[in-house]
Design a protein around this ligand. Structure first.
Ligand code: SF4
Ligand code: SF4
Length: 316
């Protein structure tokens, strides 16, 4: 049983990652490359350094702290040589101005559980629990399974957010320890997978069909609606129709794209895609109404409790 994994964050009091008040555990590493990802620090498995120049006070401590000479002045501008950086984090430890932040750390199951259990009373009062997110939690299946197993032993509600681009055996191994799976279908047209997601469309669709046949918890599907990519009637209708042909999709959620990740792309020296935009609220409502012809739609302005109540809970 794997007792250690790599995370990039644990967030307490999360209210958008499933029912009630939750702790969300963010796994580092993803095998999709969705160009709109708002957590760019989640994509690569190894630790990385974010650099926020506006906070830098020019003390120079990071230059002497780095064993690899990755902090450099080029034409008078402080830059990080990303090829030279191994993510050790020594520079971030010396940066009192918090201009440098290490993203990614090894964590043991015991350490994760200690943070999760600190908020157990809030889960009990709110009907909340624990959500594994990322990144792609299913890429660290043994670590994820052990966290979920321990959570179930404590009587906690468990959920995972996954893009499903993994061998089905990863999903089926974790399923017995999950009350809820939030499964992303990020587009329908093959061209979207080719140009924007870079994941295996057929595997993602097939895995969802298999979960629909076998998973006995709450199976919810989510689509990030990205202006200029999949905010068309054809895209959403094709996805909703496919879901409507399945038997156990509890509900379908459309999530409007937002550009809040831009600062993190800059801090990692990654390219931010500028052509995407947030669909207008009226557009979201229109697409939701369209999807509702085929499948129960979870409106993001309402709560998970309401959605559960509307759909009728399967697991008590
Ligand atoms: S340690 Fe922080 S504040 Fe000092 S030069 Fe480096 S980035 Fe700037
Ligand atoms: S994380 Fe380590 S290798 Fe990378 S810049 Fe900082 S000190 Fe240098």
């Amino acid at each position: 049983m794997c007792q250690t994994g790599i995370l990039f964050d644990i967030q307490r009091f999360a209210v958008h990652d499933g029912p009630g008040i939750r702790t969300t555990v963010f796994f580092k590493g993803c095998n999709n490359r969705c160009a709109w990802c708002h957590n760019p620090e989640s994509l690569i498995v190894r630790p990385q350094i974010e650099f926020y120049p506006a906070r830098c006070i020019g003390c120079g401590k990071c230059f002497s702290a780095c064993p690899n000479g990755a902090h450099q002045l080029r034409n008078g501008v402080h830059v990080i040589d990303r090829e030279a950086c191994n993510g050790c984090g020594a520079c971030a430890q010396t940066c009192y101005a918090t201009a440098l932040m290490k993203k990614g750390y090894d964590a043991t199951v015991d350490e994760v559980m200690a943070q999760i259990l600190a908020d157990k009373p809030y889960y009990e009062q709110s009907g909340g629990g624990v959500t594994l997110s990322g990144g792609e939690p299913m890429l660290q299946p043994e670590f994820a399974k052990e966290i979920l197993r321990r959570c179930k032993k404590e009587g906690l509600h468990t959920a995972v957010q996954t893009a499903g681009n993994v061998p089905f055996s990863h999903l089926s191994a974790l399923a017995p320890y999950l009350d809820m799976i939030m499964y992303d279908i990020k587009g329908f047209a093959p061209s979207i997978y080719q140009w924007h997601i870079h994941g295996d469309r057929e595997r993602i669709f097939e895995n969802l069909r298999k979960l629909d046949e076998t998973f006995d918890g709450t199976l919810a599907v989510r689509t990030p609606v990205v202006g200029s990519v999949n905010d068309t009637e054809e895209e959403i209708e094709n996805i909703a129709r496919m879901l409507g042909e399945m038997k156990n999709i509890r509900y379908y959620q459309l999530m409007p794209y937002h550009a809040l990740g831009k600062a993190k792309y800059d801090a990692l020296d990654e390219t931010f895609e500028e052509s995407y935009y947030t669909p207008a609220p009226e557009r979201m409502t229109h697409l939701e109404n369209l999807a509702a012809q085929y499948v129960t739609v979870f409106n993001y302005t309402r709560g998970y409790f309401r959605a559960e109540k509307d759909a009728g809970s399967k697991r008590q």
